[in-house]
Design a protein. Structure first.
Lengths: 229, 195
């Protein structure tokens, strides 16, 4: 995604044939959709600090794990102490010891339990090793002391506000991915290619003004509104 | 402070994940009849998870039960501390202001937070700002949440925040630096249609 691309490397896609064109018997010249994907020009090298991801503190999984460990060890501790003090062991502990000693490894419950444990373990490892906070897009660091991130919904909203100001755009949907912006616009007048070219210009400026550390690539689709009836 | 909790959480979560993965994977490998090394705790399909002999192995020893109880008690205390740590928000109550004549003054953290939030909220393009101070009282750090107004440009809003609100707060508290972590969101609004 950060690789610079030449202008003619095949990222330009042909206009896709929408359902309108197939059903309506429109003239061949009357385009119903126009789209293109561009990759951003490579960023200028910034002298100041590297903008890394925000790492989540993982409070919720940690809290749940802590509660489970606390509950299990507390219960076991209580029971072990009670048995030491001369009380009989609780029923669950006798049942559990019994089950553990009689169920063989190819028992379906043992297999299920082992699979669940392994899957849960993998999930916890994944939580521990990945940054999380995928909704926050890191922003360029202009000041060494300020680390900033932009919410993905906010970024999409800013770009949408830019896009609706292009004349000919009736409505627009912006999907903000982590490395890619997908824009789908409906245009009710003007040539689709013109509208798309305008959208490209406006949105490229818009993306630059988001101030993101890694410029997302942009893909714009423009089509006519579906005909009624 | 938050960084410490993040590291602890991630290390402990990773450890728990590793234990679960090893136990589950170990049982599955043995049950699938793979050739497992001799030190593997389970052997073959007909083995059980924990046989009576294994469970009673050290029961006769004098040290067994005290050890079990001690280990469980440590586990309970650690888990309790870990759980409570998740609910604690590390917030700075006061900031040490160096007045330059060898004497320091204490500034209430809330006051600095309030001033910072007020100034950030009044910036062009910012609807609301929330500020929390973290870190140590001689080297505080700020966590800022900005809510942008419609049609504000994020990089400009951030630039103004850094150059004005954060810089003023840093200078007025006489701090050498005030590291800040900023999260920007936008006010939810409908698209303004051009007619």
């Amino acid at each position: 995604m950060t690789e610079p691309h030449g202008p003619d490397d095949g990222t330009r896609r042909p206009p896709d044939a929408g359902p309108v064109e197939n059903g309506g018997g429109v003239l061949a010249l009357d385009q119903s959709a126009s789209s293109a994907a561009y990759d951003p020009t490579p960023d200028k090298e910034r002298p100041e600090g590297h903008a890394g991801r925000f790492w989540s503190a993982r409070r919720i999984p940690a809290g749940i794990t802590a509660a489970v460990v606390l509950g299990a060890s507390g219960l076991l501790l209580y029971d072990v102490a009670a048995v030491r003090a001369g009380h009989p062991a609780m029923q669950w502990r006798r049942t559990l010891a019994d089950e553990l000693a009689t169920r063989r490894l190819d028992d379906v419950w043992v297999l299920t339990g082992a699979s669940v444990a392994a899957a849960l373990g993998l999930w916890l490892l994944l939580l521990a090793l990945t940054p999380g906070l995928r909704d926050l897009l890191p922003m360029r660091r202009e000041h060494t002391d300020v680390r900033a991130a932009l919410d993905r919904t906010a970024a999409a909203m800013v770009l949408r506000d830019r896009a609706v100001e292009v004349s000919g755009v009736q409505s627009v949907r912006v999907r903000m991915g982590r490395g890619k912006v997908g824009v789908r616009a409906v245009s009710h007048f003007r040539e689709l290619d013109d509208v798309r070219a305008d959208l490209d210009t406006v949105l490229s400026t818009g993306i630059r003004e988001l101030g993101l550390a890694r410029q997302p690539s942009l893909s714009v689709h423009v089509r006519r509104p579906a005909k009624k009836g | 402070m938050n960084g410490v909790l993040r590291t602890v959480n991630r290390v402990l979560l990773g450890l728990a994940g590793l234990v679960l993965l090893c136990v589950g994977g170990g049982v599955l490998a043995a049950a699938a009849g793979l050739s497992v090394p001799s030190w593997w705790p389970w052997y073959g399909k007909n083995d059980v998870l924990l046989s009576e002999a294994d469970r009673d192995r050290w029961r006769g020893e004098g040290w067994w039960w005290p050890t079990v109880i001690a280990v469980l008690a440590v586990l309970v205390v650690l888990a309790l501390w870990w759980l409570l740590a998740q609910f604690r928000r590390s917030r700075l109550s006061e900031v040490l202001v160096d007045s330059g004549d060898g004497e320091g003054a204490l500034l209430r953290g809330r006051a600095l937070e309030g001033v910072l939030a007020g100034e950030a909220g009044a910036l062009d393009g910012v609807a609301r700002a929330q500020v929390t101070l973290t870190g140590k009282r001689s080297t505080p750090a700020a966590r800022v949440r900005l809510l942008m107004e419609p049609h504000a440009a994020p990089d400009e809003a951030l630039g103004r925040l850094s150059d004005e609100a954060l810089a003023h707060a840093r200078d007025s508290a006489g701090l050498a630096r005030l590291p800040a972590e900023v999260r920007l969101k936008a006010v939810k609004h409908r698209a303004a249609r051009v007619s």
